[in-house]
Design a protein around this ligand. Structure first.
Ligand code: MRU
Length: 354
């Protein structure tokens, strides 16, 4: 399976997704600033993958710092942490990963500096490995929602490339296929930077899953013709009231799905759930450079100087979400709030029957 990111011999190895599907090119670095640049410029992207990248960037920064104590190491890591967190604002996974690394520092203040640096590297590797396990579990739960013969629409790329491996939205598809179900995937191309066309179509073809690429504005027509059975998308941040931030255009798909009575599922690892924010209106939405809209593969397609608004994400209200697929089971979006209120006692609120 394709690997978006790896830790190898003290270096971080990132598959440059801006070059896909034409070229398979890796970046190898020992410098956390290169990792930050790779996140900012979408060489690595997708909420879980950028969380993993941030934790590895943090570990690289730690290895390069001279410090006499873990306290000093921790203080000197504040600037790298800020830089990594500031790369992309919408996905909560970066903050989640950096908080996890900082918490490890706090627990080991009396240990030797060298040992703690090694622990940080191990923690970053663990975040990657756990993400793969998480996705596999999302796949097992989510596959229950897929019937033999289903056609599934997905938006953007929430596949192996967006994670440590396996993907979130794609995991149920992969498990359904392993279970012998015949499925077909419809991939929205996902303007402006075409993660659906360049990444989802490519990785599903590599995985041997039948995939049909459509323009973003074709989804409604296909739904109207009865050609979509369900939608599964990923998320960058799902908040307490069950609102879901994901790639721009996801909201539109959810409205279309509701209009046509088609189930709309969100695959959300717990690392993408932010219980500190009460409503989707408060999720910071990243705005990206105008060139992503005015150009395709470096070729200008719009009049020079035109005003551009390039919102990278939108928010789908909980009422449009049929269910949220996590590694702990399938939940109704209104029950996300209970995750906070009931102290993460997931078993009480998991939806048992679908
Ligand atoms: O701008 P991107 O490519 O990072 O946006 C990615 C998405 O919107 C994904 O759907 C989301 O991060 C979930 S990835 C499992």
């Amino acid at each position: 399976m394709v690997k978006a990111i790896e830790w190898t011999d003290g270096k971080v190895r990132i598959l440059d997704q801006t070059r896909l599907p034409r070229e398979i090119v890796y970046i190898e670095t020992e410098d956390y600033l290169d990792v930050a640049e790779a996140i900012r410029s979408l060489r690595i992207r997708g909420a879980p993958a950028i969380g993993i990248a941030a934790s590895m960037g943090f570990a690289l920064a730690a290895l390069a710092i001279r410090a006499d104590s873990v306290q000093q190491l921790s203080e000197r890591l504040e600037e790298p942490a800020r830089t990594l967190v500031s790369t992309r604002p919408t996905a909560v996974n970066i903050r989640w990963a950096i908080e996890r690394m900082n918490s490890l520092l706090r627990k080991n203040l009396d240990e030797p500096v060298q040992k703690v640096k090694e622990l940080l590297v191990e923690e970053a590797k663990a975040i990657l490995e756990e993400d793969i396990e998480t996705n596999r579990a999302i796949g097992v739960h989510g596959a229950e929602l897929i019937r033999d013969g289903d056609t599934i629409l997905t938006h953007c790329n929430a596949g192996a490339l967006a994670t440590g491996g396996y993907g979130t939205a794609t995991a149920p598809m992969l498990v359904a296929r392993e279970q012998g179900k015949e499925i077909r995937v419809i991939a929205d191309e996902t303007r402006p930077v075409l993660q659906g066309a360049r990444l989802t179509a490519w990785e599903l073809m590599e995985a041997g899953i039948p995939v049909t690429l459509i323009t973003d504005n074709s989804a409604g027509a296909l739904m109207r013709k009865g050609e979509i059975d369900l939608c599964i998308v990923g998320t960058d941040r799902t908040v307490r009231n069950g609102d879901v931030a994901n790639k721009i255009g996801t909201y539109t798909v959810s409205v279309l799905a509701r209009e046509h009575g088609i189930p709309f599922y969100v695959a959300a690892p717990l690392s993408s759930i932010d219980l500190t924010i009460p409503s989707g209106d408060m999720i910071p939405i990243e705005e990206r450079p105008p060139e992503e809209v005015t150009h395709i593969s470096g070729v200008s397609i719009a009049p020079e100087g035109v005003n551009v608004l390039n919102m990278a994400f939108d928010v789908t209200p909980a009422r449009n979400v049929t269910a949220i697929i996590t590694e702990k089971g399938i939940f109704h979006p209104r029950d996300i709030r209970k995750l906070a209120e009931e102290g993460l006692n997931l078993d009480q609120i998991r939806i048992k029957m679908w």
